[in-house]
Design a protein around this ligand. Structure first.
Ligand code: ZN
Length: 115
């Protein structure tokens, strides 16, 4: 994930993030999921928005539950998937594909995204 000019240039990955990326049809919004002090770095878990299959990257974020590798949400332990699903930090296209029983019935549920 090199510099892309997108929002991810400004934040770092963590396996124990203090924020998350909420992606809707029209925009990506960073939301805090823990208290963040002003001097603290903002982190989010890149895996929450990944559906790349064979691609992964090394990531030693230093958190206690660090997984070492950053890869697709579908490869994460179920309890971690559940955590992000509960926090509503999983983009609709991933929910639709891998967790169809949890289909988000919110205002964006009819929007079709192509990737
Ligand atoms: Zn980590």
């Amino acid at each position: 994930m090199g510099p892309s000019g997108e929002v991810d240039d400004f934040f770092n990955h963590s396996c124990d993030p203090n924020a998350g990326l909420k992606i809707t049809a029209t925009k990506a919004v960073l939301v805090a999921i823990k208290d963040i002090s002003p001097e603290q770095e903002i982190t989010w878990d890149y895996s929450t928005t990944m559906d790349e299959d064979d691609w992964e990257m090394n990531g030693n974020c230093g958190s206690n539950n660090c997984r070492g590798k950053i890869k697709d949400l579908k490869y994460l332990p179920p309890e971690i998937q559940q955590k992000y699903l509960t926090l509503d930090l999983v983009p609709e296209y991933i929910v639709r594909k891998y967790f169809p029983h949890l289909r988000n019935l919110g205002p964006n549920s009819n929007v079709h995204q192509s990737n």
